[in-house]
Design a protein around this ligand. Structure first.
Ligand SMILES: Nc1ncnc2c1ncn2[C@@H]1O[C@H](COP(=O)(O)OP(=O)(O)O)[C@@H](O)[C@H]1O
Ligand SMILES: [Mg+2]
Length: 350
């Protein structure tokens, strides 16, 4: 994809189009559980455990998975809202904590959250809310920038600039949050359930706006949602998380026609408006995911997996391409070399 336009004052690209905009390697975040003890040691929630992925320049990576699988924690780690325990975050070729400062990361990567109201200061007018971050960063003409962005996200400055967040609708507030993120001239925008609280018709409008803005300004998105249809609409690739780990990553068309991981198959089969040609016969998931304080051994999905074999209980599967050079990766023993031709393997690959 060729990127022609950027937002004014966007930091110049350092590595060229072939270099990913973001590389995440072996990211880990455990949260201590207050007063919790497990097996004689202090208990921790293994919220994100060894997560690795890349985001190419100009693409949208969708992240899906059940509630509590670590999507928001991953997002918060990426923008430096919380500190990682372990792992690397490399933005435009620079390592966070090494050559990349937290300040530069926060300028380059902006986030939009689900709760449109909580992320705005109720005492600031809409114009001030959008201009605020740009002013703090010392970017030129923050008010002019705010008004131009308001226009661009469909909020007439003459009508809306002096209003307060509580005086507008949820969809309009989310447009303000998008303008506020863009006012910082980011290259990567992390959208964490950013349209999930909106009515369906408003959701579609905001999704279209996001798609237009990405094209227009050459932005890169990480789009997190529990709604697979929404993720499909906006994403180029989809990453699936389960209990703090990545279980599958693939270009959207590939994962839509063939889910390699049994968890992904269950997730897709639970979808209401699935294309009948591609519907899997997998029974939808039952029950809640296991407790991330004490996750299952081996493959974390084995306790809910219909195809689990004994090795799945002890050996941790690694995320690997389904075939040499493939962009479709899965972490499942049924795809490991040697068992690919087993009965269970054929079942998954069918
Ligand atoms: N600040 C925190 N302290 C303790 N546990 C947390 C904290 N934030 C998230 N968690 C736990 O980490 C796990 C992952 O949460 P989260 O990343 O919010 O998942 P998701 O966004 O996929 O729903 C959950 O079990 C959640 O309860
Ligand atoms: Mg979340």
């Amino acid at each position: 994809m060729s990127v022609t336009e950027t937002l004014p004052d966007t930091a110049p690209d350092k590595g060229g189009p072939a270099q990913p905009l973001l590389i995440v390697r072996d990211l880990q975040k455990y949260f201590p559980v207050r007063g919790g003890i497990l097996g004689g040691r202090k208990a921790v929630v293994q919220a994100v455990d060894g997560v690795s992925f890349e985001v190419k320049k100009g693409e949208t990576l969708g992240i899906v998975g059940e509630s509590g699988c670590g999507k928001s924690t991953t997002a918060r780690l990426l923008i430096g809202l919380i500190d990682k325990d372990r792992g690397e975050i490399i933005y435009d070729g620079q390592d966070l904590g090494g050559t990349l400062s937290l300040r530069d990361l926060r300028r380059g990567v902006q986030m939009v959250f689900q709760d449109s109201y909580a992320s705005l200061n109720p005492r600031l007018t809409i114009e001030e809310s959008i201009a605020f971050g740009a002013r703090i960063q010392g970017l030129p003409d923050p008010v002019g920038r705010a008004r131009r962005l308001m226009e661009r996200v469909g909020l007439s400055p003459d009508r809306f600039a002096q209003r307060y967040p509580h005086e507008v609708s949820g969809g309009q507030r989310q447009r303000i949050n998008i303008a506020r993120a863009l006012a910082m001239s980011p290259r990567l925008v992390v959208l964490d359930e950013a349209v999930s609280a909106l009515d369906k018709s408003v959701e579609a409008q905001v999704l279209n706006l996001l798609a237009d803005l990405r094209r227009e300004f050459g932005l890169t998105y990480i789009f997190i949602s529990h709604d697979l249809n929404v993720v499909r609409y906006i994403s180029d690739r989809i990453l699936v998380m389960y209990l703090g780990e990545v279980v599958e990553v693939a270009p959207v068309d590939q994962i839509w026609s063939r889910q390699a991981h049994p968890y992904t198959r269950s997730l897709f089969s639970a979808m209401p408006s699935m294309d009948p040609d591609n519907r899997t016969l997998e029974p939808p998931l039952s029950g809640d995911p296991p407790n991330p304080i004490n996750p299952p051994s081996g493959c974390r999905f084995h306790t809910r997996c219909r195809l689990a074999e004994s090795a799945c209980k002890t050996r941790v599967p690694t995320l690997r391409p389904l075939s040499v050079g493939s962009e479709h990766l899965a972490a499942c023993h049924l795809h490991d070399l040697g068992s690919g031709h087993s009965k269970a393997g054929k079942d998954v690959l069918a």
